[in-house]
Design a protein around this ligand. Structure first.
Ligand code: AMP
Length: 450
C-alpha cells in the first residue's frame, strides 16, 4: 500500500517522498481514511507508531481545500501535554505541509506570550497548543474558537496525568459543538473513558500495538549493579561501548542534575532536560543533542515526552520508572521507524519490585548482565513473570451517542532466555532462596570486582 492510495494531494505526497516515507504504518492505514471522511477517531496508540502523521496528513489535506480563516481565529486545534510534544507536532506540520500554503503555529507556556499573540493575529489554519497557555491566550482575546472545525487531543492520558483535565474541560466548553474530534492515547483509563464518552460521536476505533512491545527492533537488557555505583558504571559504559548518543532517564530532576555533574566530571558531554529548566534552555539542550554536541541527554519522563530523534540508538534507564508503562514509553524513544536500538536498564537490588512489574507488563524476562568491575555486592534477586495479565491499551469502550455538552532476547551476548521463571545461573538458586548463592556472569576476562 502507498500513500497515494488515500487520495492525498500531490504537495503532501511530494513532502512524504522527500521524508522517505514509502509505506504507511498500520495506524496510518486505519486513521487516514477515517479522518478524511470527517469522522471522529479514538485511537489507542503510543509515540513511535506514526500517530502524528496519521492525524496530520488527512487534516492538512482537508484544510487545504477549506474556507479562509478570519483574524485571530483557528480552524484546527491540536492540544498536546508538553511543550516538547507541541513543538514536535508543529515541526511535523511544517514538514508535511511544506508545499501547502497553510498557516500554522505553536503556543506553550514558559515563554513570552506577546510573540504568540502576534502570530495569531492573522488567523491560523492549525494551532498546536498546551492547554494552560491556550487559555491564557483566550483570556487576552488573542484566540477565537468559532471557526474550529477539528480538535485533536494528543497523548490524552498524559494530559490527565499532568492534571490538565480542568483546563481541557474549559477549552471543550469554548469550542463549537459541531466539529470533528480525534483522540490519541496510549492507555484508556476510567478517566479517559469518561472524557471520551462526552467528547466523541460514533468514533472510528483504532488500536495498534506499541511497536516496542513486540521488541522486534529494540534489544533490551539490564545491568545488575549496586545503587551507589550506577553513575560510575554509566560513565564506563558510555566510554567503553562507543555510545555516541544516549538518552538517559532518571526518576527525579535532582537525580538528573547530579548525574550530569558526575558525567561531565568524568569528561563526558552531558546535559539535563527537565521541568525546572527554562523553555529556552530545554530547546537549546535538545538542539545540541540533535546536533551531536552533547553525547548524553539526561531526562525525566515528562520532559522526554515528544523527543523524536530517529537515530537515537541507546536509551538507558538509570533508575527504573515507578510506573511500568513508562518503561515502554522510554524504550519507545529508540528503535523508531524500524531502525534498531538498545534499551538498557541499570538495576540495583532495591528495584526488584519495579523490575518484576516491568517484566510482567512486557511479558518478557529481561536478560541480565554484570559488567566486569561492577559486580554488585547486593544481588538483584531473580524474578519471574507474574500471572497478572499485563495492562494493554484496552479497546476503547463505545462512547455514548452524545456530543460534548459540559463538559493516554537472551542475554545480550547471545543465549536466549526462556519465559517463565528465570533460569538459575551458574551455581545460582531460584527466587525464593533467601541468600541467592550465585555467581553472576561477568563480561570480560575479570570475574570479580576487587
Ligand atoms: P510518531 O509516532 O508520530 O511520533 O512517529 C514516529 C516516527 O516515525 C517519527 O519519526 C516519524 O517521522 C516516523 N514515521 C511516521 N510515519 C512514517 C512512515 N510511514 N514511514 C517512515 N517513517 C514514518
Amino acid at each position: 500500500m502507498s500513500f497515494s492510495s488515500f487520495g492525498l494531494s500531490e504537495p503532501i505526497l511530494r513532502a512524504l517522498d522527500e521524508k522517505g516515507y514509502s509505506t504507511p504504518f498500520p495506524i496510518q492505514v486505519k486513521a487516514i481514511p477515517a479522518v478524511l471522511s470527517g469522522k471522529d477517531v479514538m485511537a489507542a496508540a503510543q509515540t513511535g507508531t506514526g500517530k502524528t502523521a496519521a492525524f496530520l496528513l488527512p487534516l492538512l489535506q482537508r484544510l487545504a481545500s477549506g474556507s479562509k480563516v478570519k483574524a485571530n481565529h483557528i480552524r484546527t486545534l491540536v492540544l498536546a501535554p508538553t511543550r516538547e510534544l507541541a513543538v514536535q507536532i508543529a515541526d511535523s506540520i511544517a514538514g508535511y505541509g511544506n508545499y501547502l500554503s497553510l498557516k500554522s503555529s505553536v503556543v506553550y507556556g514558559g515563554v513570552k506570550i506577546n510573540p504568540q499573540m502576534m502570530k495569531l493575529r492573522g488567523g491560523l489554519d492549525v494551532l498546536v497548543a498546551t492547554p494552560g497557555r491556550l487559555l491564557d491566550l483566550f483570556s487576552k482575546n488573542a484566540v477565537k474558537f468559532s471557526q474550529v472545525e477539528t480538535l485533536v487531543l494528543d497523548e490524552a492520558d498524559r494530559m490527565l496525568d499532568l492534571g490538565f483535565i480542568g483546563d481541557i474541560r474549559k477549552i471543550l466548553a469554548l469550542l463549537p459543538k459541531k466539529r470533528q474530534n480525534l483522540l490519541f492515547s496510549a492507555t484508556f483509563s476510567t478517566d479517559i473513558r469518561k472524557l471520551t464518552d462526552n467528547l466523541l460521536k460514533n468514533p472510528v476505533q483504532i488500536e495498534v500495538n506499541p511497536r516496542n512491545s513486540a521488541a522486534t527492533s529494540v534489544k533490551q537488557w539490564i545491568y545488575e549493579v549496586d545503587k551507589k555505583r550506577k553513575s560510575a558504571l554509566l560513565s564506563h559504559l558510555v566510554r567503553n561501548k562507543g555510545w555516541e548518543r544516549a538518552l538517559v532517564f532518571t526518576r527525579t530532576k535532582n537525580g538528573a542534575d547530579r548525574l550530569v555533574r558526575k558525567l561531565v566530571g568524568d569528561g563526558i558531554s552531558a546535559a539535563a532536560i527537565h521541568g525546572d529548566k527554562s523553555q529556552a534552555k530545554r530547546s537549546r539542550t535538545l538542539a545540541d543533542f540533535k546536533a551531536n554536541k552533547i553525547r548524553v541527554l539526561v531526562a525525566t519522563d515528562i520532559a522526554a515526552r515528544g523527543i523524536d530523534i530517529i537515530e537515537l540508538s541507546h536509551v538507558i534507564n538509570f533508575d527504573l520508572p515507578k510506573v511500568p508503562e513508562d518503561y515502554v514509553h522510554r524504550i519507545g524513544r529508540t528503535g523508531r521507524a524500524g531502525s534498531g536500538g538498545e534499551g538498557i536498564s541499570l538495576v540495583s537490588a532495591d528495584e526488584i519490585k519495579l523490575l518484576s512489574g516491568i517484566e510482567s507488563l512486557i511479558r518478557q524476562l529481561l536478560v541480565r548482565e554484570v559488567e566486569s568491575g561492577f559486580v554488585p555486592t547486593h544481588q538483584v534477586p531473580l524474578t519471574r513473570l507474574l500471572k497478572l495479565r499485563p495492562k494493554k491499551p484496552k479497546k476503547p469502550k463505545k462512547p455514548k451517542l452524545k456530543q460534548e455538552q459540559k463538559q493516554g532476547e537472551g542475554r545480550k551476548t547471545g543465549s536466549k532466555q526462556k519465559s517463565g521463571r528465570n533460569k538459575p545461573r551458574r551455581g545460582g538458586k531460584s527466587q525464593g532462596t533467601k541468600k541467592a548463592n550465585r555467581t553472576p556472569r561477568v563480561r570480560g576476562k575479570q570475574k570479580h570486582d576487587k
